[in-house]
Design a protein around this ligand. Structure first.
Ligand code: ATP
Ligand code: MG
Length: 617
C-alpha cells in the first residue's frame, strides 16, 4: 500500500521529503513511482485568486440543460464559442489536466506508449478502410488549397493503423499499444450539455496491436483494468457494462458509465448476478409466445383513427392496451428501406436489428421515404401489403388480432395476425429490455439506471488490419494481420460527469482528485493581521505540496464564500480575526458540509494528510 508519507513526498517537486510531521518512508513503487514521473501538476506554485481569470457568474446560462454545463459556465471554467465548441479557462483547463494526468499515468502503467497523431487526416486512409462512405455527417470533411480531401479526425483507427503497418513488421515488435490525448471533432447532430456532448472535444484514444487473439484478449483486459483504476482514482461512481460496437465495428466491447440521472444512456443491471449492459444491447430471458397479447383474433378490418399517430393516441382511439398494438417502423438499412415491428409498449433495439440484418448503417426513414414505402404519412405505417421485408420482434410471435397501421392516413387495421396476414421476413429479439424482463444469465429481475458513457473499450479483431493490410511476419516468416483493440476516454466528458454526480444547489462538490484546487484559503476581512495569517497558511500548503489557491481579492466575505462553494473546492480554510485571537481557523468540507475549528498551527498538517489520502485512493 502507498502510505501517506510517500504520497506527500512525491507530490512535491523533485524527491523532497514531506514536512509537517509526516514520517519519512522508503520510496516504493505503485502510484508513487508513477507520480514521480509526472510531477508537473503539483509543483509548488503560489496561486492568488486576484491574478487568475476566474469569471464567475450568478445567472444560469440560458442554453444549459444540465448541471455540469450550468456550473462550468457559472464557475468560470468554460465559455461557448459556437455550438459544441468551447474555450477552456484556467480552472476548466486545470480540471482537464488532472483527468489527463490520471489517464496518462494509468496508460503508461498498463504498458501503453504515448504518441500524438495529426488531427487532420487524408481521405485516402478513410477510403481504404471503407469508412469515408459510411461514417456519415459526423465526419467533418475538408479540402485543402489543391482540392485534396481531408477530414478532421473523429477517431484515429485509420491513421494509427497506417503508422503501425509502416513501422512494425516483425512478431518480435509485438505486442504494442499506442495512445494519445488529443482533440477530436465530430459534427454531432445535437451538440448539447456543454462538454458532455461537444463537437470539438478531448479524447484519450489507445490502440493495441497483437500477433494473435489471445494476445489481443490480454491487451483488452489490461485496458479494462486500467479504466477501472482511472475512474476509481477520479473518485467516480461508475459501472462497466456490455456495449454495442457501433460504427467502429468489432466483437467485444464494454462501456464505462458514470451513474447520474442526467445520463443520456440507460444501463441495465441484474439485481443478483454480475450482468450489466447498455440497454441498447441488453440481453434478457426469451419472451414466452403470445405474452401479453389481449385482443381477440379476427379478420383484418379498417378502423378510423384520425389524428392518432402515437401509441397512446392510437390505443385511446381504438380502446386497446399498447400490448395489443403492433408498432411498425420504417428503417433504412445500408440504403434499403425495411420494416421493423415491435409491440406497442416496446422500443426498437436498433443495434439488435442491425445485427439481425447484418447491416452496417441503420437510419430511421424520413417522412419522404415513409410515404414512398407505405403511401401514408408517419404514424400510419403497417405491415400488411408492404412491398418491403418486415422483421418482427419475438414478443409478437404467436400473437393474433393485433392493431397495426393501415398504410393510409387516418386509419389503422385491427384483427391482424403475423404470418397469416403478412409475411414475416424474419423473427428476432429486436426490442429493448424492459423492467418486466428477467436476466438472461440467471433469471433474476433487472434494474435500470441512467449513465454517462465516459469510456469505451473494443476488441476490433482484424477489421482495420485487413482493410489497411497491417501485417507482420510471424516466426515462420509468413505475413499475418495484426489483431487490434481500441480504447477511448472522453476527457472533458469525464470532468463534466464528475460534476453531474457531485453537485448541489450551491455549486460543484469536486472529488479531491479532480478539483481545480484542493484547498482555498480565505481571509474573512481585510485586516492586515488576518490577511497575513491567511497568506502564511497558504504558503505552508504550497510547501506541503497541496494544490491551494489564496482568495486575496478585496471582496466581501459573502462573495468569497459563494464563489468557493460554486467552484466547489473540496476544502476551504477560513481565517478571521476572532478565530485568530483563539489561535484557530475554520475548516469547511464541501463534500460533507461539515465545519470544524482547527488550530492555526496544525491545520495544514491535518488537511494535507487528508488530501494525500484522498489522492492516493
Ligand atoms: P456516444 O454514444 O456518447 O456518442 P460514442 O460511442 O460515439 O459516444 P466513442 O466513439 O466510443 O463514443 O468515443 C470514445 C469516448 O469519447 C466516449 O466514451 C466518450 O467519453 C467520448 N465522446 C464521444 N463523443 C463525444 C462528444 N461528442 N463529446 C464529448 N465526448 C465524447
Ligand atoms: Mg457518438
Amino acid at each position: 500500500m502507498t502510505d501517506v508519507a510517500t504520497c506527500a513526498r512525491v507530490w512535491r517537486r523533485g524527491s523532497g521529503v514531506a514536512t509537517f510531521g509526516l514520517t519519512r518512508a522508503p520510496f516504493s513503487g505503485g502510484f508513487a513511482a508513477v507520480y514521480r514521473r509526472f510531477p508537473s501538476l503539483h509543483e509548488e506554485i503560489d496561486v492568488r485568486w486576484s491574478q487568475l481569470l476566474i469569471p464567475t457568474v450568478r445567472e444560469n446560462p440560458a442554453d444549459a440543460e444540465v448541471a455540469s454545463h450550468r456550473l462550468m459556465v457559472r464557475a468560470g471554467m468554460i465559455r461557448k464559442v459556437a455550438a459544441g465548441i468551447y474555450d477552456y479557462l484556467p480552472l476548466g483547463l486545470k480540471v482537464i489536466r488532472k483527468v489527463e494526468a490520471i489517464v496518462r499515468e494509468e496508460m503508461v502503467r498498463a504498458g501503453a506508449q504515448e504518441i500524438l497523431l495529426p488531427a487532420v487526416q487524408p481521405a485516402e486512409l478513410w477510403k481504404e478502410s471503407g469508412r469515408w462512405e459510411i461514417y456519415g455527417k459526423e465526419l467533418l470533411r475538408i479540402r485543402d488549397r489543391h482540392e485534396r480531401e481531408f477530414c478532421f479526425g473523429p477517431t484515429h483507427e485509420e491513421v494509427v493503423t497506417d503508422l503501425v503497418r509502416r513501422e512494425v513488421r516483425s512478431y518480435k515488435a509485438l505486442p504494442i499499444n499506442l495512445f494519445q490525448i488529443q482533440t477530436k471533432f465530430r459534427d454531432e447532430v445535437r451538440p448539447r450539455f456543454g462538454l458532455m456532448r461537444g463537437r470539438e472535444f478531448l479524447m484519450k484514444d489507445a490502440y493495441s496491436f497483437d500477433a494473435d487473439d489471445d494476445g489481443a484478449k490480454a491487451a483488452y483486459q489490461r485496458m479494462f483494468d486500467a479504466y477501472v483504476r482511472i475512474f476509481r482514482r477520479c473518485g467516480l461512481d461508475f459501472r462497466a457494462v456490455e456495449a454495442d460496437t457501433g460504427s467502429i465495428g468489432g466483437r467485444d466491447s464494454h462501456e464505462f458509465h458514470v451513474l447520474a440521472e442526467s445520463g443520456e444512456d440507460q444501463i441495465v443491471f441484474c439485481s443478483k448476478c454480475q450482468y450489466a449492459a447498455n440497454v441498447e444491447r441488453a440481453r434478457y430471458a426469451p419472451d414466452p409466445p403470445t405474452d401479453g397479447v389481449e385482443s381477440a383474433p379476427g379478420e383484418p378490418a379498417e378502423a378510423s383513427t384520425p389524428d392518432a399517430r402515437t401509441v397512446d393516441e392510437v390505443c385511446r382511439s381504438l380502446g386497446i392496451p399498447p400490448t395489443a398494438l403492433g408498432k411498425t417502423l420504417i428503417v433504412v438499412a445500408d440504403g434499403s428501406p425495411i420494416a421493423a415491428m415491435v409491440r406497442g409498449d416496446h422500443e426498437l433495439n436498433e443495434p439488435a436489428l442491425r445485427t439481425l440484418l447484418g447491416a452496417s448503417v441503420l437510419e430511421m426513414a424520413d417522412a419522404g421515404v415513409v410515404r414512398e414505402v407505405t403511401g401514408a404519412s408517419v404514424g400510419f405505417a403497417g405491415p400488411v401489403g408492404l412491398a418491403i421485408p418486415v422483421f418482427v420482434d419475438e414478443a409478437l410471435r404467436g400473437a393474433s388480432g393485433l392493431a397495426v397501421g393501415a398504410n393510409r392516413d387516418g386509419f389503422h387495421l385491427t384483427g391482424v395476425s403475423p404470418e397469416r396476414d403478412f409475411t414475416v421476413a424474419r423473427w428476432g429479439a429486436i426490442r429493448r429490455a424492459t423492467a418486466a424482463d428477467r436476466c438472461a444469465d440467471c433469471g433474476s429481475s433487472l434494474d435500470f439506471r441512467r449513465g454517462i458513457e465516459v469510456g469505451h473499450v473494443f476488441r476490433l479483431g482484424t477489421k482495420y488490419s485487413d482493410a489497411l493490410k497491417c501485417t507482420f511476419l510471424d516466426a515462420d516468416g509468413r505475413p499475418q494481420p495484426m489483431v487490434m483493440g481500441c480504447y477511448g476516454i472522453g476527457v472533458g466528458r469525464t470532468a463534466a460527469a464528475a460534476i453531474e454526480q457531485n453537485h448541489d444547489e450551491r455549486g460543484i462538490r469536486w472529488p479531491v482528485a479532480l478539483a481545480p484546487f484542493e484547498v482555498a484559503v480565505l481571509a474573512l476581512n481585510p485586516a492586515p493581521a488576518v490577511f497575513a495569517a491567511a497568506e502564511t497558511i497558504h504558503d505552508k500548503f504550497v510547501r506541503a505540496g497541496v494544490d491551494v489557491i489564496f482568495d486575496d481579492r478585496s471582496e466581501r466575505a459573502g462573495v468569497k464564500f459563494t464563489d468557493a462553494e460554486l467552484i466547489g473546492f473540496p476544502f476551504v480554510v477560513v481565517v478571521g480575526s476572532k478565530g485568530l485571537e483563539a489561535g484557530e481557523v475554520e475548516l469547511k468540507d464541501r463534500r460533507t458540509g461539515a465545519t470544524e475549528k482547527a488550530p492555526f498551527d496544525a491545520v495544514v498538517q491535518v488537511l494535507a494528510q487528508r488530501i494525500f489520502e484522498a489522492r492516493c485512493l
